[in-house]
Design a protein around this ligand. Structure first.
Ligand code: SF4
Ligand code: SF4
Length: 78
């Protein structure tokens, strides 16, 4: 499943678009918001979720990829 961006929480910082290694997320300058451009390319690395300080990105990780999953709250010490 590709990431889902909560537009209510997103502040349009653009970090997720910068961090995505495969250009799944592109920043739409005219909207001032990121958008999911190539959802089928997502490899579920979880980087966008980890780097979004607003907690605005939700990602459902497929079972095989869960072996590599890092819980964002444990990384931040929350
Ligand atoms: S990192 Fe989070 S707050 Fe920043 S643009 Fe992406 S979804 Fe929005
Ligand atoms: S999980 Fe990784 S590949 Fe997928 S959108 Fe986020 S940063 Fe890009």
């Amino acid at each position: 499943m590709p990431p889902v961006i909560n537009k209510e929480k997103c502040v349009g910082c653009g970090t997720c678009a910068q961090i995505c290694p495969v250009d799944v997320i592109k920043f739409n300058k005219s909207l001032g918001m990121p958008e999911i451009r190539y959802p089928e390319e997502c490899w579920h690395c979880n980087s966008c979720v980890l780097d979004c300080r607003q907690g605005a990105i939700r990602l459902r990780i497929p079972l095989p990829a869960q072996l590599l999953y890092v819980d964002v709250k444990s990384v931040r010490g929350e």
